[in-house]
Ligand binder design. Structure first.
Ligand SMILES: NC(=O)c1ccc[n+]([C@@H]2O[C@H](COP(=O)([O-])OP(=O)(O)OC[C@H]3O[C@@H](n4cnc5c(N)ncnc54)[C@H](OP(=O)(O)O)[C@@H]3O)[C@@H](O)[C@H]2O)c1
Length: 282
């Protein structure tokens, strides 16, 4: 890996590594092997969700890894169908049972589902789960500024983190500034635009930057996330690509590199047009 992974400090004091492992689709024995390998080579932040149906896989990988549980930072997420307070509390307990963990380090509301309009109730359940010691830090995913402001206004508690779709084709400039202004940490999902299904990796500008720094395109993109101040959680099942993806702390992009990558953004750059103002997931 080379240089150690730096940390970002959340507004509640919890420190998170500047990069983590996404686990969507990592399940069963293959998933356990992939996640165990990631932990063994240096990943400490692992991103899971109730709806990925792999909290059990993550728990097993933790137990098989060479790293004690307390040195790891494990995330899971509350599904949209359990936003009602009592159901949210039960879902958090079920998440813990599935992973066979006593606590999550980070628990997030997966989508705001503004038409369903129960995310404030779900947030109250996360606030209480934190008080009861079931989770160390609470945050959200896919929240827009109006959703974030409403949580704080109605409960007095601000999320520590907002995990959002963020990659060179959708750089989320406005939402990132809102986060910065309100001391909410940005975390990037699909930070590589799901790599294999896209033409991003063959983009000439990215290839030139990679060549200049003697790095891969993936490393350049993940370094861009870091220098934007966001925690990227690339998913890889491959030991080689897992190592490649965390080996980004021994070089620096200059302003021109950063601007070139940021300028690839486009208004319709979301992968599947999942605009949280209207898209809902249960
Ligand atoms: N909160 C939300 O709503 C939300 C939504 C989507 C995702 N997420 C989280 O974010 C994580 C990451 O997003 P994602 O999985 O959608 O996409 P991603 O991390 O952008 O891309 C994953 C894909 O890129 C490939 N890949 C990884 N490293 C590579 C490299 N160095 N070179 C070439 N290909 C590479 C992987 O293949 P291999 O496995 O074969 O390497 C995989 O197909 C998810 O796993 C999940 O934990 C959250």
């Amino acid at each position: 890996m080379g240089n150690p992974i730096p940390e970002f400090t959340l507004n509640d004091g919890l420190k998170l590594p500047a990069i983590g492992l996404g686990t969507y689709s990592l399940k069963g024995n293959d998933g356990v092997r992939a996640i165990t390998n990631a932990i063994d080579i240096g990943y400490r932040l692992i991103d899971s969700a109730y709806n990925y149906e792999n909290e059990g896989t993550v728990g097993e990988a933790i137990r098989r890894s060479s790293v004690p549980r307390e040195k790891l930072l494990i995330t899971s997420k509350l599904p949209g169908r359990y936003h009602e307070y009592d159901q949210a509390v039960t879902a958090i307990q079920e998440s813990l049972y599935r992973a066979n963990l006593d606590y999550y380090d980070l628990y997030l509301i997966h989508w705001p589902n503004p038409i369903q309009d129960k995310y404030v109730e779900a947030w109250q359940a996360l606030i209480d789960a934190k008080k009861w010691g079931l989770v160390r830090s609470i945050g959200v995913c896919n929240f827009l500024p109006e959703h974030l402001a409403r949580l704080e206004k109605e409960t007095g508690v601000k999320p520590s983190i907002n995990q959002i779709e963020l990659h060179p084709y959708f750089n989320q400039k406005e939402l990132r500034s809102f986060h910065q202004e309100h001391n909410i940490q940005t975390e990037s999902w699909s930070p590589l635009f799901r790599a294999k299904d896209s033409d991003l990796f063959s983009n000439d500008a990215l290839q030139d930057i990679a060549h200049k720094h003697n790095k891969t395109v993936s490393q350049v993109i993940l370094r861009w996330h870091y220098q934007l101040g966001s925690i990227a959680i690339p998913k890889s099942a491959s030991p080689e690509r897992q190592l490649e993806n965390i080996s980004i702390f021994d070089f620096e992009l200059d302003n021109s590199d950063m601007n070139t990558i940021s300028s690839l953004t486009r208004p319709d750059g979301r992968i599947q047009n999942q605009d949280p103002a209207v898209y809902e997931e249960f």
